[in-house]
Design a protein around this ligand. Structure first.
Ligand SMILES: [Zn+2]
Length: 60
């Protein structure tokens, strides 16, 4: 039977969980239109552009 040699402490176990959450939530992508950080494969919430086209008309 495969058994871990040492018990992982609560803090180390929780740090691993926190790391997974971080990877899921982080989406490092920059908008080519305005340079603001945006989610990839989504319309930019700052300028409303996606794939070089204006999807959402932004007000003044
Ligand atoms: Zn943008």
């Amino acid at each position: 039977m495969a058994m871990p040699k040492h018990k992982i402490s609560k803090s180390r176990r929780d740090m691993r969980k926190a790391n997974h959450l971080k990877v899921k939530s982080a989406n490092p992508s920059k908008c080519p239109q305005c340079g603001e950080p945006k989610m990839s494969h989504r319309v930019c919430i700052h300028c409303g552009f996606y794939k070089g086209k204006e999807i959402i008309k932004m007000g003044e």
